[in-house]
Design a protein around this ligand. Structure first.
Ligand code: FES
Length: 112
């Protein structure tokens, strides 16, 4: 089973090991990680925003256009930002390290 490490801005680190093909958002929720995921993976928010460690970023599949569109609305976007609901943890990504942003903004708030 592949491992994943979550890093908070505070320096706290949580490592999890889960079966293949769960999304990072699902793994976060199973392990008590503070990653909201307000739309439950339907690409209608940005509250599952994560920042991939640079070493791992090129190893991920490229984001879909829909994910890119949502990422464009993230206020604290970085060059290695992704949406946690769109990345499945597989053996290929065993050891993946992701950072949890200190602030997660729900883009749906802009539409009110
Ligand atoms: S949970 Fe809403 S886009 Fe990922």
């Amino acid at each position: 089973m592949p491992k994943i490490t979550f890093k908070y801005q505070s320096g706290e680190i949580i490592t999890a090991q889960e079966k293949n093909n769960l999304s990072i958002l699902e793994i976060a929720h199973k392990n008590g990680i503070e990653l909201e995921g307000a739309c439950e993976g339907s690409l209608a928010c940005s509250t599952c925003h994560i920042i991939i460690e640079p070493y791992w970023f090129p190893k991920l599949d490229v984001p879909s256009w829909d994910e890119e569109d949502m990422l464009d609305l993230v206020s604290n976007l970085t060059p290695t930002s992704r949406l946690g609901c769109q990345i499945l943890l597989t053996s290929k990504l065993d050891g993946l390290v992701v950072n949890i942003p200190s602030f997660q903004h729900d883009v749906r708030d802009n539409k009110k």
